[in-house]
Design a protein around this ligand. Structure first.
Ligand code: 13P
Length: 254
């Protein structure tokens, strides 16, 4: 059975104290209420990472991740954060290729391939995001977009490396809009992603890859989305900023 994961992406929200307080609530609720084998990942701004790792120590169900990492190992890149730095505070995951990074910071598949290599070389598990815009879907190009994001972003990896990835399908039109993909639309793309992985690597690797859905996921729509055969959890934005909502989504896998 592949791992079920519910990951929160706080984006650029919460000051230091607010972040610690939200995370403490999540830890307590997870300890009290989560009974399954699901993995919870909280992806915070960099400033919280070290403290969250400390607060989450001993709670195996909760891991901490960053939302970006630079492609270089180190060097004269003022204002950037390296994968090694993130790993050094004990974080285990990093979101790469989020559509907001692609859209606002010009991140390309080529750059993301390098970021993925550097993250893996530093023992971070990438949560690699892919997804089409509304315009691309309107033109019927969504399968092509997904195909090239995979081919150019992560299909250069060898099998051992690829095994460490989590893929997140986030249709850009569903992010922060309140419009979620229907469970059938999401399942269709997840199935396509798994087929592409099987064709590139093997059916065994495809079957073992966790593929998350992201985009206006909430406690009400999560049960139906997560019940789809190829949907292995969620990458949660807005609802991850409320402990009750986030943990209720996590509990779909109880
Ligand atoms: P929302 O859940 O706020 O739509 O955001 C999804 C997302 O971008 C998670 O990475």
């Amino acid at each position: 059975m592949r791992k079920k994961i519910v990951a929160g992406n706080w984006k650029m929200n919460l000051d230091y104290k607010e972040g610690l307080s939200l995370f403490s609530e999540v830890v307590n609720m997870v300890n009290d209420e989560v009974t399954g084998n699901q993995q919870v990942v909280v992806c915070s701004p960099f400033i919280h990472l070290h403290s969250l790792v400390q607060l989450g120590k001993g709670v195996a169900k909760i891991a901490v991740g960053a939302q970006n990492a630079h492609q270089a190992e180190s060097g004269a890149y003022t204002g950037e954060i390296s994968a090694k730095m993130i790993r050094s505070v004990g974080a285990g995951y990093v979101i790469l290729g989020h559509s907001e990074r692609r859209q606002y910071f010009g991140e390309t598949n080529e750059l993301l391939a390098k970021k993925t290599d550097t993250a893996l070389a530093n023992d971070l598990k990438p949560i690699f995001c892919i997804g089409e815009t509304l315009q691309e879907r309107g033109l019927g190009k969504h399968f092509d977009v997904i195909k090239s994001q995979l081919a150019e972003g992560v299909f250069h990896l060898n099998e051992t490396q690829f095994n460490k990835l989590v893929i997140a399908y986030e249709p850009v039109w569903a992010i922060g809009t309140g419009v979620t993909a229907s469970s059938a639309q999401a399942q269709e793309i997840h199935h396509f992603i798994r087929k592409e992985i099987a064709a590139k690597y093997s059916q065994a690797i495809a079957d073992a890859t966790t593929i998350l859905y992201g985009g206006s996921c909430n406690p009400t729509n999560a049960p139906e989305l997560f019940a789809q055969h190829d949907i292995d959890g969620g990458l949660i934005g807005g609802a991850s900023l409320k402990s009750r909502d986030f943990v209720d989504i996590v509990k779909v896998f109880n």
